[in-house]
Design a protein around this ligand. Sequence first.
Ligand SMILES: NC(=O)c1ccc[n+]([C@@H]2O[C@H](COP(=O)([O-])OP(=O)(O)OC[C@H]3O[C@@H](n4cnc5c(N)ncnc54)[C@H](OP(=O)(O)O)[C@@H]3O)[C@@H](O)[C@H]2O)c1
Length: 254
Amino acid sequence: MKIAVITGASSGIGKEFVKQLTENESFDEVWVIARREDRLFKLKEEMGDFIKPLSLDLQSREDIDRYKKLLEEKSPEVAVLVNASGYGKFEAFSDLSLDSQLGMLDLNAKALTAVTYITLPYLKRGSRVYQMGSLSSFQPVPYIAVYGATKAYVLSFTRAVNAELRNTGIKMMAVCPGWVRTEFFDRAVVDDDIITYYNKFFTPREVVKKALRDMKKGKDVSVVGLSIRMQVLATKLLPHKLVMKVWLKQQKKK
Ligand SMILES: NC(=O)c1ccc[n+]([C@@H]2O[C@H](COP(=O)([O-])OP(=O)(O)OC[C@H]3O[C@@H](n4cnc5c(N)ncnc54)[C@H](OP(=O)(O)O)[C@@H]3O)[C@@H](O)[C@H]2O)c1
């Protein structure tokens, strides 16, 4: 049985991955993972019975074990894995609750690592793994400090494992967009204490289209948009102290 597994499929970029992947390729089943079961069943209604809703909270170890058990029972070939579950909180480090800080580490870094590790034995030659990083993967980001650090982890982890997999025919890529118009901001904006500067918004469609194209080209990092690619270049050329200074100038703390 050939399947795709997509976390964060109940909205935004994850949901868009479900749509574009199934437009381009057929799967016996597409396992869609998130907490909001109603959203996942709606996706099944819209797209067809090949969609298999798995309502899991990836911050819970028990739910990650449930996913592992399911793979053991069904023993599928996982042709595509997308790790898109994640959240951020815009707030000064000292002001955000410890639960929120550690939750970002649990979901964005630990769950992504666990799902990747557990799925790895089911990947075959030609399988592809998309990991959601961010523009913040490339630099330290004050007022999204922990979120940015989790995304730096995703980038480093993904590129390193992709290199380890070089002789297996399995490809792993970090998807690192700038701002994308999704529900992300409903959760990210804690209050109006920090006014963030949004230079440009991309759509999930643009992000995923570019990611699918970059994977075909064998890239290990996907960045959509010329302006964002220029920003990534700047983080490579300039001292990070300066890069952070520019970022801080754009943020207004009341
Ligand atoms: N939007 C941006 O500007 C932007 C930019 C760069 C990178 N990203 C990254 O892109 C990824 C997708 O974000 P998005 O913009 O599409 O945001 P989104 O619309 O808020 O989607 C986040 C997804 O994560 C799922 N999720 C949250 N907590 C979860 C948990 N505990 N267990 C399982 N799933 C959970 C959500 O589903 P439930 O709530 O139903 O669980 C939802 O499907 C994230 O990793 C984000 O950091 C976003």
